[in-house]
Each structure stands twice: as structure tokens, then as C-alpha cells.
Write a protein that binds this ligand. Structure first.
Ligand SMILES: [Zn+2]
Length: 632
């Protein structure tokens, strides 16, 4: 189900704040915005998509398919998909110097691993074009499609499209773009973004006059990446000249550029670093965001989070920033309110360079401020913990209890109905713990005033959420322990199975890559505090999918990445092990054959029903041995 037009508008206009969107709606919004973009009718700016929505999705659902797999480019072609001569991956994006720096550290570490002197390797920087990705093998031109299979759009060359620099066909990957100066002069009155126009160049329908003209004047072009102007230098030179490179490279071409691509040119290093499902690890794109606005504050409201942190939420005079109207923004902490005088009548600078955005970076015009002295929810006295104003009444503060319970279901992400309204109602009827919710009967729900249908549905949702398979790291993250977001939970569970996690001590955690001593202390304390609740909930037999221990260096280059497959019949080895392994290398394992299944993998003694379904849905059947060959 896709989101309604009204909901989409509310999200775009920030009538619904990002934080209030459910994971599901956020993911759907990203998918719809992405698909609109791919089809040449963007509904939000590229920057908003990257900096706000995708960044939030990355934070909440790092495993979401939108982040794991190549997005299909230019959907809506009726042509049959053909295998690309070479796999085309997407480029990992960095939004800050810090992220680029981390990437450089990874390069250096990889150099060490294969005994190359990192001083000898070369970095190449090229403009990141904002066009339609394509692959030119000399006789055909393909869209990137899903990265493996694309559509044949050779017709664009038949229509007279030229190759950039008159450099000839057959140079592999590149982008179809329109010259910026030409777009501004001839097309910007009719098209909002170059992308809207670029789409019309490759569609099957006959070209309109504008597109014909742009091709005839060589304003629309295919630009092979090999032809892009580049900067070359060592790692040291990259660090030293970073700002200059970004500036110069962005201006080096007369095309829409939405960043700078950095990569190493060392073949041995490239081979060693390899790729994951979506990106080459030896390449990264830097995207800079410079949009800032000065905005008047209408008022500041304290909001209590699940950890007791009080966040200042500023109501703003509606302001257009990066193509979106902003009416509210959060300050990171109340220190900002106190130190800088944030309040009704002040003026703030808003920018979108962080991750969850919009954020107030600084106060430009101060006013006398109002620091709340007690919690708006439980009336307990608030205390300062460095810059943070906190309600430390963790066990009884209604706002915190409600937020924690809501968080659990939000992170579980396999249920409907347990949004804030339901949770608040449960709270009114004395429910303070998730384990209590799982003990409720349909009758209990009706007694609390839920309708018959809703009560039945809520009960079903509870059953579903515990019986449906769910990643163990997600289940653990749902407890909302400090420093135990989904990413950290997954990292931890690669080293220690979930049943042993409570036995870990501080040193053991601190020794795991990515965990500092301070985090380790907080994690040990946090785990202790949820232990009873964890045991109670575990007794309801949640169906946990266990994280394989220490899965490193797995191969994602096989042809089944992202495919939906079903295993059936008696296998040579254990079928469960095969399933686990398949999942760990990026295959989606499903249980029944439907129209969406890609392959049925068969062992011996296969049931007739599965085979019949495969025939009915035209699903390709592969023998176990051939499957093993395919995944290497
Ligand atoms: Zn409170």
C-alpha cells in the first residue's frame, strides 16, 4: 500500500514531523519519493531526500532494502530487462568531512592489510553528475536498472544523442545529462529540475520538439565517466586540499553536479576492498549542503523524550529551505536555550547539514528565555546534566513510560495499531510495561474502551509481532537501552549470541571494534536494567532470527543478490544452515512460492505442490548443486 496524496503533502510541508512518522510510513515515503525521482517527476528536492528522509531511514532502518540494494533507475520502461555487461553499483554518500575522513582511514587500513604503502596510492576526484545512469557497450546503451539488469535504450543514440567530448562509443558506464547553461536558458521555465527534462529524452514515446532540439544542439549528451575532468593526488594532498577540490571539481563541468566522487585508482587496493550489495568500498561521494536560512522563532515548547531528555521544540515562522517549508525545528538540548537565548521572538540560523533535520545551529538574535523548572509531564524537578535538561523520574514519568512503550513497537516494526494513541490509552488504564501488554486479552482491550474490532485487531497484532520472525538485534534494540541502537545491537550480536548478552562485562564490550569504554559502561548498566523485562518477554517465545557470529568478508558478488528464493525438498546439508547462509550473503529467503518469487531451489523428494506453484507463477527451478555453483 502506498501513502495517500494528503499524507505525502503533509510530510513534504512538515505538518507531520519526521520524528512522528512511523518507520513504515517513512520507508514508504522514501520509496515513493525515490520512485518519483527515478521516473523524472521528483516530489522533493534531491537534498531533502538525501539529507532528511534517507538519512532518517538510514538511522532507523539501516537494513532497509532502499539502503541495501541499487534503486531501479527509470522504472516504467516496458522493454524486457537485459543483463548488463558489467554490474553497476551505486555510490556511497558522505555528508561531512568526518565521513570522508573515516573512508580515508578505511583505505589506509586496507593498504596495511595487503602491504601497500598508503603514501603511494592515488586518489581521484571527479564531479558526481545528476543525470540518468547508463552503460554503453559500443553497440547498445542500457539503463542501470537494478544494477544487474537494465533496459535497452539504444534508441537515444539512434535519435542522435552525442557522446561528451565527441569521444566515441563503447566507454562503459556514464550518465545522460543536459548542459546546465542550456537548461537555464531554454528549459527552466517549463521544467522544475533538469531531471524532469532528462526523463523525456529516454522514454519510449517519440521525442517532443524541446528534446529534439537539445539533442541536435549537443546540449543533451551521454557523458562516460572516463571522460570527466579529474583531480589526482595522494591521500595527504586530498586532505590538505579538500575544500579546494570540492570547489573546483563542482565547477569543472557545465552539468548539474550533486557532489564529488572520490576513489582510489590502485587496482590491487580496489580488488581487496571490494563491494557490498550497493557500493564499491573504494569509492565515496561527498555531498555538500550549504542551504541556510534565518528564521524567527514564535515559541519554544519542552518535549520529554524516552530517556528523560527535555528537547526544546521551536515553532517557527514558516520558511522555505531547500525546497521545503519549515515550521518547526528542534534544538539539540536546553543548553542552547540557556546559553544563546532561544525563545519567542529570537532569530535562529537553520541549516540542513546534519542528519536529522532541520536543526537549530545557532541563535542570531537572543531574547530572555524561559527555562522550565519542572517536567511538563510528571512535574518532577528538572536537573541539568552538562548541557542537557533532564527529567530523572525515569520509572514514573508518564511521558517517558509512554515514549518507551511506543518505541518498542516502533523498533519492532512488525505490527500496526500500537501507535502513540493506543499506548496513551493503555497507560491511562495502568499499563506501564511491554510485558503487561503481551498479557492482555481481547476482553481486557474492550474493557479499556477499545471497540470490538480494534480489540481483536490489537490482539492479532500482538500475536503476529511475537510469532513472525524478527532479527534478534531489532528485538534487543526495541528495549531502548542507551547506546544500543539497531546498528550497535547488530554489531554486538555478531560477537555474542543474544542468550549470552547479559553475561558480557564492560571490558569484553569495550574490546569489540566500535565500542568505547564509556559506551560499554552504559550498555552493561542498561542491560541490567531491562533484564527482568527481557526475560519476561522472551518467555512469550518471540521468533528471533539469530545474527550469525562474526560474519566478515562475505561475498555479495553472486547473481542471486537481492533475489527472493524458496528452498524445498531434502537438501544434502541442513536446510536451515542453507537458509542462514543465503540470508547472510544478501539473498531474501521466503517460505512460499508466489508471483514475487525469483527462484525455487530444490533438493530431493520435492512436494508436487511447490513445483505446481512454481509452474503457475513462472518461477525458475534450480537444483541444489546448481544453486551452490551460482553462489560460488
Ligand atoms: Zn517527567
Amino acid at each position: 500500500m502506498s501513502l495517500s496524496k494528503g499524507l505525502i503533502q503533509n510530510i513534504i510541508q512538515q505538518k507531520i514531523l519526521l520524528g512522528d512518522l512511523s518507520n513504515d510510513d517513512l520507508a514508504k515515503f522514501c520509496q515513493q519519493a525515490n520512485s518519483a525521482y527515478r521516473q523524472g517527476h521528483p516530489i522533493i528536492s534531491d537534498q531533502d531526500y538525501d539529507f532528511i528522509y534517507l538519512a532518517e531511514l538510514k538511522k532507523r532502518l539501516p537494513q532497509h532494502e532502499l539502503l541495501q540494494f541499487i534503486e531501479p533507475e527509470g522504472q516504467g520502461f516496458s522493454d524486457e530487462k537485459v543483463l548488463l555487461p558489467e554490474i553497476m553499483l551505486s555510490t556511497e554518500k558522505a555528508y561531512s568531512w568526518g565521513e570522508i575522513h573515516k573512508w580515508i582511514e578505511r583505505l589506509q587500513k586496507s593498504c596495511l592489510e595487503i602491504n601497500i604503502n598508503s603514501k603511494s596510492i592515488q586518489i581521484k576526484a571527479t564531479p558526481k553528475l545528476d543525470g540518468f545512469a547508463g552503460y554503453d557497450d559500443g553497440s547498445h546503451l542500457y539503463t542501470r536498472g537494478d544494477g544487474k539488469k537494465g533496459s535497452d535504450i539504444t534508441r537515444v543514440f539512434d535519435r542522435g544523442l552525442q557522446v561528451f567530448n565527441e569521444s566515441g562509443r563503447g566507454q562503459g558506464a556514464g550518465e545522460i545529462v543536459i548542459k546546465k547553461s542550456y537548461f537555464d536558458q531554454h528549459l527552466s521555465d517549463k521544467f522544475e529540475y533538469p531531471r524532469n527534462f532528462q526523463a523525456s529524452l529516454i522514454k519510449e514515446k517519440p521525442l517532443d520538439e524541446r528534446a529534439r532540439q537539445a539533442i541536435a544542439e549537443s546540449a543533451a549528451l551521454f557523458v562516460p565517466f572516463a571522460q570527466l575532468p579529474k583531480w589526482l593526488g595522494s591521500i595527504e594532498e586530498t586532505i590538505e586540499n579538500f575544500d579546494k577540490i570540492i570547489n573546483n571539481i563542482s565547477l569543472a563541468v557545465d552539468f548539474d553536479v550533486d557532489g564529488v566522487v572520490f576513489e582510489t585508482t590502485n587496482q590491487k587496493l580496489k580488488k581487496h576492498m571490494g563491494a557490498n550489495r550497493k557500493f564499491h568500498r573504494w569509492q565515496i561521494a561527498f555531498k555538500e549542503n550549504k542551504d541556510k536560512a534565518q528564521v524567527k522563532v514564535l515559541g519554544v515548547t519542552p518535549q520529554v523524550g524516552r530517556t528523560g531528555k527535555i528537547t526544546p521544540v521551536a515553532e517557527l515562522e514558516p520558511t522555505l529551505l531547500s525546497g521545503a517549508t519549515i515550521v518547526r525545528a528542534t534544538g539539540h538540548h536546553y543548553g542552547l536555550v540557556k546559553e544563546q537565548g532561544l525563545g519567542a521572538g529570537s532569530v535562529v540560523e537553520l541549516t540542513r547539514s546534519g542528519l536529522v533535520i532541520p536543526k537549530i545551529i545557532k541563535v542570531l538574535k537572543s531574547v530572555e528565555t524561559n527555562i522550565p523548572s519542572y517536567c511538563p509531564s510528571c512535574k518532577a524537578d528538572l536537573v541539568w546534566q552538562s548541557d542537557f535538561l533532564m527529567c530523572v523520574n525515569h520509572s514514573e514519568c508518564p511521558a517517558q513510560i509512554v515514549a518507551r512503550m511506543e518505541y518498542f513497537f516502533k523498533i519492532l516494526a512488525n505490527n500496526d495499531g500500537f501507535g502513540i494513541a493506543t499506548i496513551e490509552k493503555l497507560y491511562e488504564h495502568g499499563i506501564r510495561k511491554i510485558s503487561k501488554i503481551y498479557q492482555l486479552s481481547e476482553y481486557d482491550f474492550t474493557q479499556m474502551g477499545f471497540g470490538d474490532k480494534t480489540s481483536a485487531n490489537l490482539l492479532n497484532q500482538l500475536k503476529r509481532s511475537s510469532s513472525e520472525e524478527i532479527e534478534d538485534w531489532r528485538f534487543l534494540a526495541a528495549f531502548g537501552i542507551a547506546r544500543m541502537g539497531m546498528g550497535n545491537c547488530e554489531n554486538l550480536l555478531k560477537f555474542c549470541s543474544i542468550k549470552d548478552i547479559f553475561e558480557l562485562d564492560m571490558l569484553q564490550i569495550a574490546n569489540i571494534d566500535g565500542f568505547a569504554v564509556l559506551s560499554a559502561e552504559l550498555i552493561v548498566d542498561g542491560l541490567k536494567s531491562v533484564r527482568d523485562e527481557f526475560d519476561l518477554l522472551s518467555s512469550y517465545e518471540f521468533n528471533l532470527e539469530l545474527t550469525p557470529l562474526n560474519r566478515n568478508n562475505l561475498d555479495f558478488s553472486h547473481p542471486l543478490v537481492g533475489k527472493k528464493i524458496v528452498f524445498t525438498g531434502k537438501m544434502q546439508g541442513s536446510r536451515d544452515d542453507m537458509k542462514k547462509h543465503a540470508k547472510s550473503i544478501g539473498i531474501q529467503v521466503v517460505s512460499s512460492v508466489t508471483g514475487k518469487t525469483d527462484y525455487l531451489i530444490v533438493g530431493d523428494n520435492v512436494g508436487q505442490k511447490k513445483i505446481e506453484s512454481a509452474e503457475k507463477f513462472n518461477v525458475e527451478v534450480i537444483k541444489e548443486r546448481d544453486y551452490i555453483n551460482m553462489i560460488g
